[in-house]
Design a protein around this ligand. Structure first.
Ligand code: HEC
Length: 203
């Protein structure tokens, strides 16, 4: 049966609405300033602890990794917001307004049924953030530490955080050499830090 003209007009209009809806759907970009995972600051430029970082993408857990002479006995858990993680998978760099969280938890070896090995004993003993915010920070990134869930103070640019991350982190001043799902991405995308590549070549 031939389509009536009015029916055609209705179908064509529905089609256009469909195209408009498809076009306005956001592409997988990173967090924008208005996204719930974007950094939020309190007075004095202190960073507000993202309340739900434990629901973010888990990048890695390392144990007893210490960069000072003092030995530590703890796990380092690293988290990234889902949108930022997806953007990294596409580009090998973090989008602006990314907050990365490093959470330290105590390690224990005696408990429940375990006979050997280490597990996380529940307590958070350290909480730090690495934030990409091009407008706000010299070099694009700022470091923070939280205590008691209160907004975290920014570390001055002279703090060791900046120098170590810039010199040794594998991509975009972040330690993706220790984040097993991201190192292959940065390698493939060609976003590895040349200093990291050179140091690895010497090993
Ligand atoms: C001597 C090197 C070194 C210094 C100094 C350092 N870090 Fe890191 N940082 C690392 C390594 C290695 C990791 C990898 C994750 C881990 O610890 O397992 C890391 C990871 C992180 C992460 C997770 C996101 C990312 O960038 O990879 C945060 C947040 C972080 N550090 C904060 C800090 C803060 C805050 C300071 C300064 C008080 C600091 N770091 C100083 C080596 C360093």
């Amino acid at each position: 049966m031939p389509m009536s003209k009015s029916r055609f007009v209705v179908l064509a209009a529905l089609g256009l609405v469909g195209v408009a809806v498809t076009l306005s759907r956001p592409v997988a970009a990173g967090p924008s300033a208005s996204s719930p995972d974007a950094p939020r600051y309190a007075a004095g430029g202190r960073l507000i602890l993202p309340a739900d970082y434990r629901e973010w993408v888990f990048l890695s857990s390392s144990i007893d990794m210490s960069y000072s002479a003092t030995p530590v006995h703890q796990f380092d858990n690293v988290f990234a917001p889902r949108a930022a993680y997806r953007a990294f998978l596409k580009t090998g760099v973090w989008p602006d307004k990314t907050v990365l969280i490093l959470e330290n938890r105590g390690a224990a070896s005696k408990g429940s049924i375990t006979k050997s090995g280490q597990f996380q004993n529940g307590e958070v003993i350290g909480l730090e953030a690495h934030v990409k915010d091009a407008q706000r920070f010299k070099g694009g990134w700022g470091f923070f530490a939280f205590e008691g869930g209160k907004p975290g103070e920014m570390f001055p640019y002279t703090a060791a955080c900046y120098a170590c991350h810039q010199a040794h982190a594998a991509a975009d001043t972040t330690f993706v050499q220790f984040y097993p799902t991201l190192l292959p991405v940065a390698t493939r995308q060609g976003t590895l830090n040349p200093a990291y590549v050179a140091a690895e070549a010497q090993r």
